[in-house]
Design a protein around this ligand. Structure first.
Ligand SMILES: [Zn+2]
Length: 296
């Protein structure tokens, strides 16, 4: 484990406004589960509204330090020669298979932003399918940014989705891709609102996150699925309902969606803000039932 001792902070549920005191810890053998992936301490809780999230969690400064100094060594597969580009391209092929039927009936996208794009090999795949598009990325890893610019020839907008790039790119993008990125957001509603403002009129946002209602429990490298699933860098564990409620708060409405392969995905456009998020006791109960069934 790295030399890393972050400060902690309590947070409030962005869907219902409750705090940690009103949520129940996710339990393992009757005790709060506190050991996350790679041994990092985590505190997953189930909110009465049905949202699973980390509370407390590292401060923003702690996450910043972790992403800058430790994230790549633990998580970044595409910059390692034995993994190469194929895995990243395969992921984007799946994205394209899901969303191309929608674009078949619309004008072809011109400007595409992959936020949290990594090396950008996914953007490269997309440009092979749509040769006319201009490709843009937002990425924090210096190694990935080098590949993105030098090899993929994409335009790097910023290292931070919450950074100053938006001022020059309001209403710019026909397609924004967030593939397994939104579960990392510390202030999901605000960050999604920013991204929505970067959409062109009629533009669409693809969002895919791990599905807390269908967690991956059969793993090649782990006997205990929860030591893979719960991780400090994922402050949120969405299911379809809590993801869509979050999107609604950001003014985004799903057009098409799916729940497959332990993930929930959708293609969303700017839409009316939904009514107040329900205090969803039924969702909480089914999420609790699932956690109790899958955790010893
Ligand atoms: Zn809540």
């Amino acid at each position: 484990m790295h030399d890393f001792t972050p400060a902690w902070q309590a947070v409030t549920c962005h869907l219902c406004g409750r705090d940690a005191g009103q949520a129940e810890p996710v339990r393992l053998h009757g005790e709060p589960l506190t050991r996350g992936q790679f041994g990092y301490e985590v505190h997953p809780v189930l909110c009465p509204c049905g949202l699973v999230y980390l509370n407390p969690r590292w401060t923003g400064a702690g996450y910043g330090e972790f992403y800058t100094n430790h994230y790549d060594a633990l998580y970044r597969l595409e910059t390692k020669p034995d993994y190469g580009t194929e895995g990243v391209r395969r992921h984007m092929r799946q994205v394209w298979e899901r969303i191309s039927p929608v674009f078949a009936a619309r004008p072809a996208p011109v400007a595409v932003l992959d936020a949290g794009c990594g090396s950008g090999y996914g953007l490269q795949y997309l440009q092979e399918q749509l040769p006319a598009i201009k490709i843009f990325g937002i990425e924090a890893s210096p190694d990935c940014c080098r590949i993105l610019q030098d090899e993929v020839k994409a335009t790097l907008l910023d290292s931070d989705i919450d950074g100053p790039w938006l001022a020059d790119h309001q209403g710019r993008f026909d397609l924004i891709i967030l593939r397994h990125v939104a579960e990392h957001f510390l202030t999901p509603v605000e960050t999604l609102q920013r991204l929505r403002r970067a959409l062109a009129a009629g533009g669409l946002m693809y969002i895919a996150v791990p599905d807390m209602m269908h967690p991956r429990t059969v793993l090649r490298d782990y006997d205990k699925w929860w030591e893979y699933w719960f991780r400090a860098v994922h402050p949120y564990y969405y299911c379809r309902q809590t993801l869509f409620a979050t999107l609604a708060r950001a003014g985004l409405a799903p057009l098409v969606w799916g729940e497959e392969n332990e993930e929930v995905w959708c293609l969303a456009g700017a839409g009316p803000q939904a009514a107040e998020h329900c205090q969803d006791r039924e969702l909480r109960a089914s999420q609790a039932e699932l956690l109790n069934r899958l955790l010893p």
